[in-house]
Design a protein around this ligand. Structure first.
Ligand code: ATP
Ligand code: MN
Length: 444
C-alpha cells in the first residue's frame, strides 16, 4: 500500500527507524518500519523527525512490536517535505492555550485531529437526521437587516468610510448611503427566514454560521459559531420537543458509532465520564416539566443558589444544572416559560402569562437547545410586539406570514459547537472549532 502523511514521531535506532505516520483519517497513526536497505536510509530517512511529510510504499504485515496490530514494512520512502528546525509541535504535551496560537498547526495534534473528525461525523449526522425525515435544507442569509428578536448584539456590515462616514442633517451616520442603502449586520439566527420557508415547504432546517458581538469571554461562547435550526409547519410544542430529543440522540449515537477511537481518547484523556454520559442520554427518555414545576422544585431544593429563584426569573446555569444533574440525573426539557423573559414570537398560552418555549438541559452543560412554538395569530403577535416596543413596520414580512395561510409552527436552535463540546468533554469551546473568533482575537 501507499501511505502519504506526516511523521508524528520518529525513533531511530542503529539498524532501523520506526516512524509513526498519520494522514489524519483516523485517530491512530500507522507504524512504518524503515530498514537500512532503503537507498535513502542514511541520507534522508535517519534524519526524519516530527512534522516531516512522507510518501511510503510498502507491505502491511503483522506487527511483532507492542502497541499496534499492523505495521507498514517500507519498500520505498520519499521525503515530500522536511521540517525547519523550529517546528513548534514536539512530542510533549502542549497546553490548549498555546495550541490556539498555532491554529495553522494544531490540526496535527491528537486532540484537535479527533475534534475535527468528530465535527465531521456530527455534521454528517445532522444532515442525515433531517434528510431521512424529508426536511429541506434552507440557506438563510448571513447579511441581514433584521435583528431576530435582539437575540444578541450584532456585528455591523458596512462599506462606509469608517474614518469619515457620510452624515445626515442631524449629524448621525447616514446609512442610507451605505452599500445596501440601510443598516445591515451579520445574522444572529436564521429562524425568522426559516419560518418563511416552513410556511411553504413544511419542514426545513438551516445549518449555518451565526455571529454574536457579545463581549462574553466564557468557555461556552464564541463570536462566530454554527447553528442548526429546524422549523416545522403544522407542529406544536410537543412535536418540537420530540424532534429535539430524537435529534440529540441521533447525532450522539452516530458519533459514538463512527468515531469509537476518537471517543475513547476523549474518555481517557479529557473527561473520564464522557462515554457514560453520552450513552445515558441515548438510552434514557428525556424528562419533561413545566417552568412552573421547575421553579417549585428549585424552591424546595434547599440549595443556596447564587441567584435566588422565584417564579418569573430566568433560569441560570446553576439552576439548570441542579435540575438535570441532581434532581433528575438525566436530560430534561423545561417548557412554558414566563412570557416576560422570552422572545416576542413565542406562542402565548391561554393563561396569558406563559409562552410555549422549551429548553433542553443536559448534565454539565445546561442549556443545549432553545426553541418554541411560534405565535401564528396575527392579533396576539402584534400585541406582543407592542408590549416589547418592537417596530412592526420593520417586521412587515414576518407579520404577513400571519395574514396569508398562517398555521401553528415550531422550531429550535442548537449551537453546533455546544454539542461538540458536550460530546468531547473539551473544557473550552475555542478548542472545538478550527478557527475560534472571540473578543480580541481573529487571527488565521
Ligand atoms: P446563552 O444563554 O448560553 O448565551 P442564548 O440563550 O443566548 O445562549 P440562543 O439565542 O437561544 O442562546 O441560541 C441558540 C443556541 O445557540 C443556544 O442554545 C446555544 O446552543 C447556542 N449559542 C448561543 N450563543 C452562543 C455563543 N455565543 N457561542 C456558541 N454557541 C452559542
Ligand atoms: Mn447568549
Amino acid at each position: 500500500m501507499t501511505l502519504r502523511g506526516w511523521v508524528r514521531t520518529a525513533r531511530h535506532s542503529k539498524g532501523v527507524s520506526f516512524l509513526e505516520v498519520s494522514d489524519g483519517s483516523c485517530f491512530a497513526g500507522l507504524q512504518v518500519v524503515a530498514a537500512p536497505e532503503l537507498e535513502n536510509f542514511e541520507t534522508e530517512l535517519r534524519h526524519l523527525q516530527t512534522g516531516c511529510a512522507v510518501s511510503v510504499v510498502g507491505e502491511v504485515v503483522d506487527s511483532p512490536g507492542k502497541g499496534q496490530r499492523f505495521e507498514l514494512q517500507a519498500q520505498r520512502i520519499d521525503v515530500v517535505g522536511t521540517v525547519a528546525e523550529d517546528y513548534p509541535l514536539q512530542k510533549k504535551r502542549h497546553s490548549f492555550e498555546f495550541l490556539r496560537t498555532l491554529a495553522h498547526l494544531r490540526p496535527r495534534t491528537n486532540t484537535l485531529g479527533a475534534v475535527f473528525r468528530i465535527r465531521n461525523a456530527a455534521s454528517a449526522a445532522v444532515h442525515e437526521f433531517f434528510q431521512e425525515r424529508d426536511f429541506l435544507l434552507l440557506h438563510t442569509p448571513i447579511i441581514t437587516s433584521s435583528d431576530a428578536e435582539g437575540a444578541g448584539q450584532m456585528f455591523r456590515v458596512s462599506t462606509l468610510d469608517a474614518g469619515d462616514p457620510p452624515r445626515t442633517e442631524s449629524r448621525s451616520v447616514d446609512f442610507g448611503q451605505d452599500f445596501f442603502g440601510r443598516e445591515t449586520f451579520l445574522t444572529v439566527s436564521g429562524q425568522l427566514e426559516a419560518e418563511i420557508a416552513a410556511l411553504a415547504l413544511t419542514n426545513v432546517y438551516t445549518f449555518g454560521p451565526t455571529f454574536r458581538a457579545e463581549n462574553s469571554n466564557t468557555s461556552r461562547h464564541l463570536a462566530e459559531f454554527w447553528m442548526i435550526e429546524p422549523e416545522m409547519a403544522f407542529c406544536e410544542l410537543d412535536g418540537n420537543v420530540d424532534l429535539a430529543e430524537a435529534f440529540l440522540k441521533h447525532v450522539i449515537s452516530r458519533v459514538l458509532e463512527r468515531c469509537p477511537d476518537d471517543m475513547a481518547f476523549f474518555n481517557e484523556r479529557i473527561d473520564k465520564t464522557v462515554l457514560e454520559t453520552l450513552q445515558h442520554i441515548v438510552d434514557t427518555p428525556f424528562e419533561r416539566i413545566s417552568y412552573t414545576d421547575a421553579v417549585g422544585i428549585l424552591e424546595r431544593s434547599g440549595e443556596s443558589f447564587e441567584f435566588p429563584v422565584k417564579w418569573g426569573v430566568d433560569l441560570q446555569s446553576e439552576h439548570e444544572r441542579y435540575l438535570t444533574e441532581k434532581h433528575i440525573g438525566k436530560p430534561i426539557v423545561v417548557t412554558d416559560y414566563p412570557a416576560t423573559i422570552k422572545a416576542f414570537y413565542m406562542y402565548l398560552n391561554d393563561d396569558e402569562k406563559t409562552v410555549r418555549a422549551m429548553d433542553v438541559l443536559v448534565p454539565k452543560v445546561g442549556e443545549i437547545v432553545g426553541g418554541s412554538q411560534r405565535e401564528h395569530r396575527l392579533d396576539v403577535l402584534e400585541r406582543r410586539m407592542t408590549d416589547q416596543d418592537l417596530d412592526q413596520a420593520a417586521y412587515w414580512w414576518y407579520l404577513d406570514l400571519r395574514r396569508y395561510g398562517s398555521v401553528p409552527h415550531s422550531g429550535f436552535g442548537l449551537g453546533f459547537e455546544r454539542i461538540v463540546q458536550f460530546m468531547t468533554g473539551m473544557a473550552n469551546i475555542r478548542d472545538v472549532i478550527p478557527f475560534p473568533r472571540v473578543p480580541g482575537s481573529a487571527e488565521f
